[in-house]
Design a binder for this molecule. Structure first.
Ligand code: HH2
Length: 282
């Protein structure tokens, strides 16, 4: 199963923790180009994606539908209009792009436009999503979510959160590989139908998840559980807490970190790698 790593569109070495790959978040939605509250233009979104790449993102994750708790779903035509041109612009500039979508039609159009990876917060449960990835020969991220974004934080329940999330991810990864998807990244889906204790248990289980041979992605960036443990209400002010969780996860075996603050993470990983003597003779 470890051989699957080699078919990911990632430079050599990117999946070792010292070079833990950074996946830069590019939300092409009206609420994420902050104060303006309007949909960004294609040029603005492409410029933001190029900046993420220049800051050190290995992959830029382009999404046109917010999946934050309580968020409403976006119609297909609107999501396509938000992401396809942006993906074309970024891939034309040589950026490795993943598309963050739950819709197989959006995944297919994004892959056609040059995206190399599909990031499905729906956990690859839709057979049409598997088909879209398999047809394009594209690897995919299977993320765990309990419920739906609109309601998932109401009363998340697990008997044993780590075992349940692990079993789900392994089952989805096996199904995706069987359907012809060349490689699968697994992601515990921090904040997606999880309370504080669930999120912390899943971060602690990073090594256990990674031991199955699929690369593990962790996305704690600015999430509300960071706010809960630090008392910081403003999401954009949660970078220090985010860094602590992400470095811990990387050390435990996470291959990819999905982050908003790419430059800060690149600096933190570089400093850590230097302390470990990466690149020095043993
Ligand atoms: N988190 C968000 C969105 N997509 N994909 C993966 N694989 N893992 C995650 O943890 C993950 C994700 C939510 O974060 P954010 O980008 O801040 O919000 P949104 O995209 O919903 O606006």
């Amino acid at each position: 199963m470890t051989a699957a790593h080699h078919t990911l569109p990632l430079p050599r070495g990117a999946l070792s923790w010292r070079g833990a790959g950074l996946v830069g978040v590019l939300n092409v939605t009206p609420d994420s180009f902050s104060e303006s509250g309007r949909q960004p233009t294609t040029a603005e979104a492409v410029a933001a994606g190029l900046r993420l790449r220049d800051e050190g993102a290995l992959i830029v994750d382009v999404g046109g539908e917010s999946t934050r708790p309580g968020a409403a779903s976006v119609p297909l035509g609107e999501e396509l209009a938000r992401v396809v041109d942006v993906i074309e612009g970024l891939t034309a500039a040589g950026v490795v792009v993943s598309v963050d979508t739950r819709k197989p039609e959006v995944a297919a159009a994004a892959l056609e436009a040059g995206a190399q990876l599909v990031n499905d917060v729906g956990g690859l449960r839709d057979p049409a999503m598997l088909e879209a990835c398999a047809t394009a020969g594209a690897p995919a991220v299977a993320m765990h979510m309990q419920g739906e974004p609109a309601t998932m934080q109401r009363a998340p329940r697990y008997a044993d959160v780590v075992s349940e999330v692990e079993a789900f991810l392994l089952e989805r990864a096996a199904a995706a590989l069987a359907a012809g998807v060349p490689a699968v990244v697994i992601d515990p889906g921090l904040g997606f139908g999880k309370e504080l204790g669930h999120n912390l248990a899943l971060v602690r289980a990073t090594g256990r998840l990674a031991a199955h041979g699929h690369p593990v992605m962790v996305g704690a960036s600015r999430k509300s559980f960071i706010g809960r443990v630090t008392g910081v209400a403003e999401p954009a002010a949660r970078l220090p807490g985010t860094l602590a969780v992400h470095l811990w996860a990387a050390a435990a075996g996470a291959a990819l970190l999905r982050v908003h603050d790419v430059a800060a993470h690149a600096q933190a990983l570089a400093a850590w790698a230097a302390v470990l003597g990466e690149g020095e003779a043993a």
